[in-house]
Design a binder for this molecule. Structure first.
Ligand SMILES: Cc1cc2nc3c(=O)[nH]c(=O)nc-3n(C[C@H](O)[C@H](O)[C@H](O)COP(=O)(O)OP(=O)(O)OC[C@H]3O[C@@H](n4cnc5c(N)ncnc54)[C@H](O)[C@@H]3O)c2cc1C
Length: 233
């Protein structure tokens, strides 16, 4: 970090674009009133409010480059998920939602440090924001990316991450010549080489797996920054 991370309070976001890249994902692009510029890796809180006053709020990482005029979120619809289910099945273009952000000052990358990201499932979302910043600044050689998902369709931004040069490990289907499996330590070596910081993002189970993998690859624990998404693995 080169300074304090920006932080914003409650505001309103109008959905300008909404699509479903796969059956389980929804991509939402908001115009945010009085938006505070974010750093790649930060997140927003989305709050839903029922007519009887009941509210539910969840955190969602920002996928968009800070230079993007719209704020982009990518949400995986979880079975029985209160907020993700609403965003996936009910939300429409034109809806206005309560948003708070940007939030978070630890899990951010500003291009200042050579880094490696290891992300699983929807944990790739903040990493996508980092790759978009890296591309805009011509710093792709400073940000290496390893992503893991069960299948191609379970991986948000799969094609964009592949174009970026991310190493993609699918655990339930083959990808090209690579047989389905979690990433092996020797597959990580080239991505970890030269990294002074690591970003790990995903479920609790994934985060501990990825942290161990990075430590085994020789990264000191205090260089590994972790963002965990939920209580299950
Ligand atoms: C900093 C941060 C950033 C996040 N960014 C994203 C993001 O970019 N995209 C995204 O899709 N999600 C993201 N999440 C997760 C998100 O906040 C919610 O936890 C998720 O959408 C589930 O909420 P829900 O209301 O739909 O499910 P709930 O109604 O809360 O739970 C439904 C069921 O799913 C289980 N569950 C809850 N959360 C998870 C989870 N994360 N993984 C697996 N099972 C779970 C519950 O135990 C329950 O069985 C982020 C979380 C954090 C803390």
């Amino acid at each position: 970090m080169t300074g304090a991370a920006p932080a914003g309070g409650w505001t309103t976001g109008r959905i300008i674009e909404l699509d479903h890249p796969t059956d389980r994902l929804v991509r939402l692009r908001f115009h945010v009133e009085e938006r505070v510029d974010h750093l790649a890796g930060q997140h927003y809180v989305v709050r839903l409010r029922a007519p009887d006053g009941y509210t539910a709020q969840r955190s969602y990482s920002i996928a968009s480059d800070p230079d993007d005029p719209l704020l982009e979120l990518m949400v995986e619809c979880l079975p029985g998920g209160e907020v993700s289910g609403f965003l996936h099945d009910v939300a429409e273009v034109g809806d206005e939602l309560e948003l708070r952000g940007p939030i978070g000052g630890w899990f951010v990358w500003e291009g200042d440090v050579p880094a490696v990201c290891v992300a699983g499932g929807s944990g790739v979302v903040p990493v996508v924001a980092m790759t978009r910043v890296a591309k805009r600044l011509g710093l792709e050689d400073r940000l290496k990316v390893v992503v893991v998902a069960r299948t191609w369709d379970d991986l948000p931004y799969a094609a964009e991450l592949q174009r970026y040069g991310a190493f993609i490990a699918l655990t339930r289907e083959n990808l090209g010549d690579r047989v389905a499996a979690p990433p092996y330590p020797d597959e990580l070596a080239a991505y970890v080489a030269g990294a002074e910081r690591a970003y790990v993002c995903g479920s609790v189970g994934f985060a501990s797996f990825a942290t161990r993998l990075l430590e085994d690859a020789g990264l000191p624990s205090d260089t590994i920054r972790v963002e965990q998404f939920g209580e299950t693995s």
